[in-house]
Design a protein around this ligand. Structure first.
Ligand code: CUA
Length: 343
């Protein structure tokens, strides 16, 4: 390929890639350009003009490159005398003025948007939810109602749709970052510091989130979801979560519960209403009301629960959940039956 042809081909490839990224961005479940609440919308209002400006600038740059590559340059013999100061206007306008204006606009728009966060934080008492970052999952404390109505869950954060919810963010170990692209920008969870954000989902739905700050080898498996329920569904969910774990419904589940209480499980996990009161791992009181396990990295079902209990280290190497190998096959089945009954 000659030099003159390389420019247009590369330019076309870049534009194709950019438009592909653009197309994908609007249909992905975790796109910042598909806001589902007020906080994310402010970021989207900043993101779209910057993205369009970048694409237009890139297109103009590539057109200029194509023009330079393809224009007739002539031979030395027929070349006009060299102008010592030729092209000065190009440098001043294209090299200084236009970039200065573009960067200044992006800078001041960003500073303005940053100034509008945190949103609406008149002191209104404690936040309704506190999220604690753990390696590598999310501990979620609900503080709605009186002291006896509070509970802890993990990785799946229910909120009422259409209502602002204040969330406090802190960490128990290293720095994590709470990011639900369709609801809010990234905010760090820092040991010893409590950050506060306000999230709101306009419509019921499931909004995917992930840890957005490298926090160790399983950072990529530190996911979560925000589930926006209708206000009635949310109230029902709250009331259900406040109850202790349901009593085992079958003999197998009862055997499983006894095994769970007698094994190391109970020193790390809490199941309210049983002897299990550990706080190292997630609260499992209503595990079966959640769709996922292991930092929302695995679907919760009988197969993944078996695999997770017996061999967590192969699924999430380095996690604090050890391989629990003391159970026979039948006992493992009973423990999973107990866990699956924790509706
Ligand atoms: Cu937590 Cu990355």
């Amino acid at each position: 390929m000659t030099r003159a042809r390389r420019g247009p081909v590369a330019g076309a490839a870049l534009l194709a890639a950019a438009s592909l990224a653009w197309g994908c961005a609007t249909s992905q479940p975790r796109s910042v350009l598909d806001a589902a609440g007020p906080a994310a919308r402010r970021l989207e209002d900043l993101g779209w003009p910057v993205l369009v400006g970048f694409l237009v600038t890139s297109a103009v740059m590539w057109l200029l490159l194509v023009w330079v590559a393809r224009r007739r340059t002539g031979s030395l013999a027929e070349h006009a005398p060299i102008e010592a100061r030729g092209g000065g206007r190009w440098l001043l306008v294209g090299g200084l003025a236009i970039p200065a204006i573009a960067f200044a606009e992006a800078y001041f728009a960003t500073v303005y948007t940053m100034g509008t966060f945190p949103m609406g934080h008149e002191p209104e008492g404690p936040a309704q939810i506190r999220v604690v970052g753990r390696q590598w999952w999310w501990e979620v404390h609900y503080r709605i109602g009186g002291l006896t109505e509070r509970f802890v869950t993990a990785n799946e954060i229910h909120v009422p749709a259409g209502r602002p919810i204040d969330v406090e963010l802190e960490s128990r170990d290293v720095i994590h970052s709470f990011w639900v692209p369709r609801l809010h920008g990234k905010v760090d969870l820092i040991p010893g510091l409590v950050n506060r954000i306000r999230i709101q989902a306009d419509r019921p739905g499931t909004y995917e989130g992930a840890c957005a700050e490298f926090c160790g080898p399983q950072h990529a498996r530190m996911r979560f979801v925000v589930i926006a329920d209708s206000p009635e569904d949310f109230r029902r969910w709250l009331e259900h979560q406040r109850e202790p774990a349901p009593a085992p419904a079958t003999a197998a589940a009862l055997r499983g519960r006894r095994l769970f209480e007698g094994a190391a499980c109970a020193t790390c996990h809490t199941v309210r209403g049983t002897d299990a009161k550990g706080t190292v791992g997630p609260d499992l009181t209503h595990l079966a009301s959640r769709r996922t396990i292991a930092g929302a990295s695995l679907t919760r079902d009988v197969a993944t629960l078996h695999a997770w209990v017996a061999n967590a280290q192969s699924l999430k190497p380095g996690a604090r959940m050890p391989n629990v190998t003391q159970f026979t096959g039948g006992e493992l089945g009973d423990v999973v039956t107990f866990l699956e009954g924790l509706e």
